[in-house]
Write a protein that binds this ligand. Structure first.
Ligand code: TRP
Length: 348
């Protein structure tokens, strides 16, 4: 498997090639609708999608609702989370005429690719997948068949539209590797149908949460894109700092202060050390005030656009996106069945 460093090293060349020939690429990316989208999503992935769209790369975004039940019993608030995510995508500038946004469960032919793909992997390979192992450990539950086969249905997500470029976080890299392997094995066995998708990663560090830990809804340390200015002020006010008055950027020893500085830094596009020295002795009250203003200014336009949209816009967009994705998936599934000798509607 290519190392993370090797993958990152390849990025300048890949990005140059995307800029030069955007029409050669088709992006498939997505997320699990487990909660509201937050500032980390915006900075890490949503902005990148808008950039790719602006470059003229055709993009598919999956809201992977079936994946939500891979490591938990219940799919809570899925509809709500899906609609809210769609509103954030629209507010961020994804254009439904150029970007197909769809939900997993609404595209039967995509899901059906899972069966032939499962025949191309061994149980041992599935058990070795580092992301599956990590998610299993984090879930604290018995391994479900869906979690075990996660890389295979994620391969179906990517390959149903012949996506060849997959913007992902580091933790999803093994899944892209699995998709490449499945594409390769299918092509070897039945003739070339699928591209071998490439990951698109950034080496900029992830934005930590307000307490310096990984940003996550379950830690209560994430600023949701859809929060109001007051809710934002509130969650920042409640963030835990420390008793040291002088503000310094020190992520290891001062996670709270540094989480706030990292947040302000991302929104203001200024170095965190620089913001720290500007605040100096004024303490964490001043840091929180500055961070609140920075976040609310940064998200102002997003939130205005979001407020001008409603549930009906999200429903309409998904109906269209799901229909488009379903048509693409049926085309690919037919090709797959034809290669496997499983089309029965003609004498040829
Ligand atoms: N597994 C991804 C996540 O953790 C979401 C996802 C589903 C995805 N299908 C994908 C990402 C295909 C990239 C490509 O959020």
């Amino acid at each position: 498997m290519a190392s993370f460093a090797a993958t990152v090293n390849r990025m300048p060349e890949l990005r140059a090639s995307i800029a030069e020939h955007p029409q050669r690429f088709r992006v498939l990316t997505g997320e699990r609708p487990t909660g509201r989208l937050h500032l980390g999503h915006y900075l890490g992935t949503i902005r990148e999608r808008v950039r790719l769209q602006a470059q003229g790369v055709e993009t598919f975004v999956v809201l992977a609702d079936y994946q939500v039940i891979a490591d938990r019993d219940m799919a809570r608030n899925i509809r709500e989370n899906v609609y809210e995510a769609v509103l954030d995508y629209l507010a961020a500038g994804l254009d439904p005429r150029r970007t197909t946004i769809f939900t997993h469960s609404a595209v039967p032919a995509l899901n059906q690719l899972l069966l032939p793909f499962l025949s191309l992997v061994t149980e041992a390979e599935l058990h070795r997948n580092p992301t599956v192992k990590a998610e299993l450990a984090a879930s604290g539950r018995a391994l479900s068949g869906l979690l075990l086969t996660y890389p295979v249905h994620q391969a179906a997500d990517i390959l149903f539209c012949k996506g060849n470029l997959v913007p992902v976080g580091k933790d999803n890299l093994p899944h892209v590797e699995a998709a490449r392997m499945i594409a390769r094995r299918f092509n070897e066995r039945y003739g070339k149908v699928f591209p071998e998708p490439e990951p698109l990663v950034t080496d900029t560090p992830e934005l930590p949460g307000l307490d310096g830990r990984k940003m996550s809804k379950s830690y209560g340390n994430a600023i949701a894109l859809g929060m109001s200015d007051d809710e934002t002020a509130d969650i920042i006010r409640r963030a835990r700092t420390d008793s040291e008055r002088t503000i310094t950027y020190d992520p290891i020893n001062r996670p709270g202060v540094s989480g706030l500085l990292a947040t302000a830094s991302a929104c203001l596009d200024r170095a965190p050390e620089d913001i720290a020295s500007e605040i100096g002795q004024k303490g964490s009250g001043a840091l929180k005030a500055l961070t609140t203003t920075a976040v609310n200014e940064f998200l102002r336009r997003h939130r205005e656009r979001r407020a001008s949209l409603d549930r009906g816009d999200a429903v309409a967009l998904l109906c269209e996106g799901n229909a488009r994705a379903a048509a693409v998936a049926e085309g690919t599934l037919n090709e797959v069945r034809e290669r496997m000798g499983m089309l029965y509607d003609s004498l040829l």
